[in-house]
Write a protein that binds this ligand. Sequence first.
Ligand SMILES: N[C@@H](CCC(=O)N[C@@H](CS)C(=O)NCC(=O)O)C(=O)O
Length: 243
Amino acid sequence: MKPTRRASYELFYWPMIQGRGEFVRLALEDAGAPYVDVAREPDGMKRMMALMKDAGGGLAPFAPPFLRTGKLLVAQTANILAIVAPALGLVGKSEGARAYAHQVQLTIMDLVVEAHDTHHPLGGSLYYEDQKPESKQRSAGFVKERIPKHLGWLERALAASGGPYLFGRKASYVDLSAFQVVAGLDYAFPRAMKRMTRSIRRLRALSERVAERPRTAAYLASSRRIPFNEHGIFRRYPELDEA
Ligand SMILES: N[C@@H](CCC(=O)N[C@@H](CS)C(=O)NCC(=O)O)C(=O)O
């Protein structure tokens, strides 16, 4: 199927944070797809909350992000991306290409959960301030072992593909997501990320390349890109970073 730029998309996600919605935003923006970030529109939050209660006969999403395209209302970040990427021209056509892309995306989403859990190790129903000692303990292992393991794995995937992208010469939605986790980790753990820069040279080069893609660069410079903040997944709490 020829990639279409005409399909229209409605993205539903919390309006004040990048969060998981950002992985979908980046794909839509990079592809130049026409989309509405519904919860940032007047009455949009109301529409988003209503759909989680009643999707009008379809399957109601459990949590944002979710995306409406045509008759389909689909949730789960990696699932959304896997479904829209072929039409956006952001994944290879073969079953193998799509399966590998989905596999790496799911692993990136695992890293996102781990990043979130550094400031909420006891759970989302408590404030960060109520779980600071546990956050510190959780972050120590994350910084020392988990970031290097995850990013080292992406680095090896880049070495194996020959780059410049994770699956070779053509960019996929997974490259955009890899850029986003590197950006998020740079924001949240600047000292740890600086120390490991030399061991992730290919991943750094990939991130720079993604940030320079014309539509992505325009998006990153626009007001549509919500700055990182301490309500999202990647939070800058210096006490959780490497000493
Ligand atoms: N596995 C889901 C997780 C979705 C999720 O946790 N969404 C968050 C915002 S990033 C949320 O609003 N959760 C509400 C809840 O879990 O009750 C995905 O990757 O999309």
